[in-house]
Design a protein around this ligand. Structure first.
Ligand SMILES: Cc1ncc(COP(=O)(O)O)c(C=O)c1O
Length: 372
């Protein structure tokens, strides 16, 4: 149980916390950059999953959203967040006929072009076109051009697929995306070059390419200022990435800095030993995607030897009798900063929104567990 307005330390644990000021600072930083660089932003909602966060980002100026899964797109679409010409682009390909039916149905119901599909081959294009024609609409298409995962081989094979897409009456070709991963600047520049060259080759074949999407939190500045890229698709920036942040581990790439806004409130439930304490949050509340979590007490990172997560316990080890160990008491509430924000959010029904130490709101993680 919780009461809006109560001090955060009165929340029952474990609880996923969002520091509203740091979160807003991150959004403001990203959209200030986007305005200066003249680049569109399509935040990747697989990171934060909450419709309330989607609304904040759309209001801040996002052109639309990205989701990884069809069912994430469905949950967010049905939560009523889209308005005007905002849309959702699903970044993962669909190879299942029933899913393709579902996707097209979503566009039939909400309006053509509301949910864009990513494709990587002709079979997928033909299936999408067939289903769209059955309903008398056009399915809007993005080609994923690969930098190491799904997608087409860059340049000619991608151009060939674009030609095929425009020849199919049930499809509308909107562009390409070439997610380059959170890589170092030099690699990002090489990958962006390939993406833009491929987009230009499609244009040379007489096909309009409206969207050229790429970019992650770690590459938002490099890719967001690369000529020819029209939009960036970062996700974890809302929760922070960088030396003090979360996102993917606790390192930063390309000196990117956002403030840490996501943590798991946990309570010390085992305090009988001078070399460790045990808390009530473990792997069921946080993944260890990019290493064990950091421990934060009173806004400061606590020095400890090791954090080990088992299913429902977090074991924090210290040098025998250390001052840090002595500072922790049974019943005390402290925070873990998770190493991988996306998988952590996916483990929680709600995000507890904290402003200056008090609970301001509770945001459901709308697309939680939407894996299909
Ligand atoms: C296709 C795609 N775009 C964008 C992102 C966002 O990356 P980040 O959370 O680092 O901003 C991801 C993350 O995995 C992705 O898969």
């Amino acid at each position: 149980m919780y009461a809006i307005g109560e001090p955060v330390l009165e929340l029952e644990t474990p609880a996923l916390l969002l520091d509203l000021d740091n979160f807003q600072w991150n959004i403001d930083k990203m959209f200030k950059f986007a305005k200066m660089a003249g680049i569109n932003v399509r935040p990747h909602a697989k990171t934060f999953k909450a419709a309330a966060i989607c609304s904040k980002l759309l209001e801040a100026g996002a052109v639309g959203l990205m989701t990884q899964k069809l069912s994430e797109a469905e949950a967010l679409l049905n939560s009523g967040i889209l308005y005007g010409d905002k849309n959702i682009l699903i970044s993962q390909e669909l190879a299942d006929f029933k899913k393709i039916e579902k996707l097209v149905g979503m566009n039939v119901a909400m309006g053509e072009g509301k949910v864009l599909a990513s494709i990587e081959n002709i079979e997928e294009a033909e299936l999408l076109s067939k289903v769209a024609l059955k309903w008398g609409i056009r399915q809007h298409i993005i080609i994923e051009m690969s930098h190491g995962r799904c997608g087409t081989v860059p340049r000619k094979p991608t151009v060939d697929l674009a030609k095929k897409v425009v020849s199919l009456k049930g499809l509308k070709f909107r562009g390409i995306y070439g997610y380059e991963n959170p890589v170092d600047k030099e690699v990002a520049l090489e990958r962006d070059k390939v993406t833009v060259e491929t987009a230009n080759m499609i244009r040379e074949a007489g096909i309009e390419v409206e969207i050229v999407s790429a970019g992650s939190t770690g590459t938002y500045e490099v890719t967001g200022t690369y000529p020819g890229i029209t939009e960036i698709e970062p996700g974890s920036f809302v929760f922070g990435v960088g030396s003090e942040g979360t996102g993917y581990g606790f390192k930063t790439v390309n000196n990117v800095y956002f403030k840490s806004s996501l943590s798991v409130l946990t309570q010390v439930i085992g305090g009988n030993f001078s070399d460790r304490v045990v808390t009530d949050a473990g792997l069921k509340e946080m993944s260890e995607g990019f290493g064990t979590p950091l421990v934060r007490v009173d806004k400061k990172i606590l020095e400890c030897e090791e954090v080990r997560l088992s299913e429902e316990h977090g074991i924090i080890r210290f040098k025998e009798g250390s001052e840090a160990r002595k500072s922790l008491k049974w019943g005390q509430k402290i925070e873990f900063i998770p190493s991988h924000c996306c998988t952590c959010v996916n483990l929680h029904d709600n995000i507890f929104v904290v402003k200056e130490g008090r609970l301001a709101a509770v945001w459901p993680t709308t697309a939680r567990g939407k894996y299909q």
